[in-house]
Structures are given as structure tokens and as C-alpha cells.
Design a protein around this ligand. Structure first.
Ligand SMILES: [Zn+2]
Length: 459
């Protein structure tokens, strides 16, 4: 296999609770009508000056840097990054990056990949090249940029890593999930490792697709005896391929200068420690701990830890319910119901006390699994007292074997042909008989128990 080197520059919208832009008090609202959340600052009117940077955004970037194992710089300098494009009213972007800057975080490492730089910058406006219209609602929204070293050696590694990165950022609600992420992906292959950059790829799956295509393209070029040039390309989403944008000679010079209208942000160790103390356990550490502490399968721990709220619910539930049952029911049944409703766990009013009651009924075999599945569906919709409901609706499983035996005998009597089929070797005929009892008892008998019972009665 060809040796590859791949690195990422990932952009995401910083999730600030105060929903305010980086250098003005305009609100951030993706659904607002065009050009309604604007002011002289974010439209760069002549003479306007930025306000001090949104403190919440700065703190979030520090939190991200710490989660990714970075060293946090104590002096942060905004710079003007100059380029000419219709979405940039000032003619420059304010960013804590560039030639004279100290990015917020440096020298990090996240799941084996070195992090070169984590920094904060403002988003430009949105320009529609077809109509020529510019929407300034987005202008000045805080963005995080995460730059990795070219440490990825395969696209599988890239895919897994991106997934873990997103989970980790979601643990601290660092980025706006709905807005998605974008990335510039650089890909180079042996023997010369000339760097090709694919600009502005949106969505995680496209980032991986762009890298996959680029590796193939470069391999093919080499086979044809061509040289791989350093260049910038774009990803054509419709045709799943990358297309040439510009060569290295045409690379932009951003003419960075320190931003004269903003003071240098200075923080101390205490400030950094205060933020560090608010951070949760990292997902990969949590997966290891849950596997060890609760003796659950690694795949279960992996799924449970894909959502911090789910993993916390698991740990609360296991205080009362066996870890095996909690892991299985949260991982499969709860997620099944949430997926069906297209909801996140934090969006539903699931009361953990109700859930514990339900799982205890399962654990003690007071209700059957089919009954429990129906109950968990109801629980996701609204909280209710599970124990009381089970009593009221008479949903307890039928454990009285005499009663069950009588029902089974009736089913056998009324389905003689099916019984004969079974006797003649059609094993699946038994499922039909079990199904009949399940119907009569409204799912209150255990299918496993019924199987045994029928075998005993017929043989
Ligand atoms: Zn504004």
C-alpha cells in the first residue's frame, strides 16, 4: 500500500450560550432573515471599532485546546489576515493565528494525532456568487480552527479520529452541531510527499471522501509517469472528486499585521486551571474506565460514551440495576426509540427513576422483554410511574406455570395441523404456536419459557 500523509484544518462554529458574535452584540441566529442581525461593527462600516472579544468564545477555545491536550498560550494576539473577497467587508479577517501570533493552543496530541494549533477567528459574511447578494448575519460569528500535523496514515484512521473528535467536542458543547464542520484537507503520498490541499470540504463524510479520491488520483498520476505538484484543489461534491483550483505559485499572501484596535488578551495559570477544572472526563478515557469498572463489552462502552448524557445516565442507572442489563437496554432499546423519534437523549424528558424502575422489573423478570420494549417507548414520550402502570394494566409476566400450561394446551388443541408440522420436522412451526400464546397474553409470557413448555407438552 502507498504510504500517505494527511492532515486537517478543521473549522467549526463555537457554541456560545450568549448567542452573541465575537466583536459586537449582534445575536447569532442561523434562521434569521438575511441582514437582520447586523450592526456597523460586523458590516465593517468606516470608523467602526470592534468591541472586546466575546469572553465566552475565548474560554470555549481554551477548553477545546485543553481537551485536545494542547499547551495554552497566556498571551493571545488578534491579527488582520488580508484578502479580497466579497464576503469580507473589512478586507481582512480578525484571527488569533498567522505570522506573529500565538494561537490559543499549541503542541497538543489527540488520539495519536499531533495538534499543531487551536485558534479563534471570526467568520466572514455569506456571499451568493449567482445573485451577488451578501448576508452579513454570519459575519463576525466566532469560529474555532483546529490544525493537525499530517499524521494520518490512512483514511480509516481519519474517519475514526474525526468521529472521536466530534464526540469530544460535544462533551463540552464546544461547537454548534447543527452548523456542521468544514475542513481543508492536505494529502501527500510517497515518494515525494508533495502537499496537495483540498479546500473547504463540508461534512465529515466528504472530508473522508475527498482524501480517498485524492490518494487515488495521486497514485494514478504517478503510474502515468506524471509528477505530483503542490497545489490547491476543491472538492466537487456532486461527482465525488477533487478539481484543480490554483498552483503553489498562486498561493495567497495574507499580509498579516497585529490588529491595532484590540488589546492583547493576557491570562494566567490560575485562569487556565479554572477552565481545566470544569472539563469532563475525555470520551476515550471514559470508554476504558466503563469497560474496566462495570465489566461491560468495549463496543457497549463505545456506544454509551458516544454521548456524554447517555454515559452519565448509564452510570446513574447502574447504581441500582445490573451493568449488563443497563448497558444492553440503553445501548440498543433506548437508542432505538430515540433514533425512531430522531431525538437526542438530552431533548427528551426521560426520568432516570422511571427508567430504573423499568429495568429492575426486567432484571427481576417481573415483566417480559416485549412488554419492557413497549414501556421504554412510552417513557421516552413522557415520564410516568412504571410500577404503578404495570400493576394497573396488569402487565406483569405470567409466571404461574399452571396458567401458562393451560393456555398452551388450548393453543395445541386449536392448531393441530401446526403441531403435526412440527412433529414432522418443521422446527419453525413452534414459533407460530409461541406467537399465539404471546397474542393471547398480550406479550406477558416469556418466549423462551414458552418454547420449552411447548416442547415438553408436544413431545
Ligand atoms: Zn454586529
Amino acid at each position: 500500500m502507498t504510504k500517505i500523509k494527511c492532515g486537517l484544518e478543521i473549522h467549526g462554529y463555537v457554541n456560545v450560550e450568549n448567542k452573541t458574535k465575537l466583536f459586537c452584540n449582534c445575536s447569532i441566529d442561523e434562521n434569521a432573515k438575511p441582514n437582520t442581525n447586523i450592526c456597523p461593527i460586523c458590516t465593517a462600516m468606516p470608523g467602526s471599532k470592534p468591541m472586546l472579544a466575546n469572553k465566552e468564545a475565548v474560554d470555549k477555545i481554551i477548553a477545546i485546546a485543553l481537551m485536545l491536550g494542547c499547551k495554552v498560550n497566556k498571551k493571545m494576539l488578534f491579527q488582520r489576515k488580508h484578502y479580497s473577497w466579497p464576503d469580507l467587508p473589512a478586507g481582512y479577517q480578525k484571527t488569533i493565528s498567522g505570522s506573529y501570533s500565538n494561537p490559543v493552543g499549541v503542541n497538543g496530541k489527540f488520539l495519536g494525532i499531533k495538534i499543531a494549533d487551536v485558534h479563534l477567528e471570526e467568520d466572514p459574511a455569506r456571499w451568493d456568487p449567482v445573485t451577488g447578494e451578501v448576508d452579513y448575519n454570519r459575519s463576525g460569528t466566532p469560529l474555532v480552527e483546529i490544525v493537525t500535523e499530517p499524521d494520518f496514515e490512512s483514511t480509516n484512521q481519519l474517519r475514526d479520529w474525526l468521529k472521536s473528535l466530534l464526540t469530544t467536542l460535544n462533551y463540552i458543547k464546544a461547537i454548534n452541531k447543527n452548523a456542521g464542520v468544514k475542513a481543508d484537507t492536505n494529502v501527500s503520498i510517497e515518494p515525494n510527499f508533495n502537499r496537495v490541499e483540498v479546500k473547504n470540504v463540508n461534512s465529515f463524510s466528504n472530508i473522508v471522501k475527498a482524501a480517498e479520491y485524492e490518494i487515488l488520483r495521486q497514485e494514478e498520476s504517478l503510474k502515468e509517469g506524471k509528477k505530483i505538484e503542490q497545489e490547491t484543489r476543491a472538492f466537487d461534491e456532486k461527482n465525488n472528486k477533487t478539481v484543480f483550483m490554483r498552483s503553489k505559485e498562486q498561493a495567497a499572501d495574507y499580509m498579516f499585521i497585529p490588529e491595532p484596535d484590540l488589546p492583547v488578551i493576557k491570562i494566567d495559570d490560575k485562569y487556565i486551571e479554572r477552565i481545566r477544572k470544569t472539563l469532563p472526563e475525555k470520551p476515550d478515557e471514559k470508554i476504558k474506565r466503563l469497560t474496566r469498572e462495570y465489566k461491560i463489552k468495549k463496543e457497549d462502552a463505545f456506544v454509551l460514551c458516544s454521548d456524554i448524557v447517555l454515559s452519565e445516565l448509564f452510570e446513574k442507572v447502574t447504581k441500582k440495576v445490573s451493568a449488563e442489563i443497563a448497558a444492553r437496554w440503553l445501548r440498543f432499546e433506548l437508542l432505538r426509540v430515540l433514533n425512531y423519534h430522531k431525538k437526542e437523549l438530552e431533548e427528551v424528558k426521560l426520568d432516570e427513576k422511571n427508567l430504573i424502575e423499568l429495568l429492575l422489573l426486567v432484571e427481576n423478570k417481573k415483566i417480559t422483554e416485549p412488554t419492557a420494549k413497549k414501556l421504554i417507548e412510552k417513557l421516552v414520550e413522557k415520564p410516568f410511574d412504571v410500577k404503578k402502570y404495570v400493576k394497573q394494566e396488569k402487565l406483569e409476566s405470567i409466571s404461574d406455570t399452571d396458567e401458562l400450561e393451560q393456555i398452551c394446551k388450548d393453543v395445541i388443541k386449536n392448531n393441530q395441523k401446526v403441531v403435526d408440522d412440527y412433529k414432522n420436522g418443521r422446527k419453525e412451526a413452534l414459533n407460530y404456536l409461541v406467537g399465539q400464546v404471546m397474542r393471547t397474553t398480550k406479550g406477558k409470557a416469556s418466549p423462551k419459557e414458552l418454547n420449552e413448555l411447548f416442547k415438553k407438552l408436544i413431545d
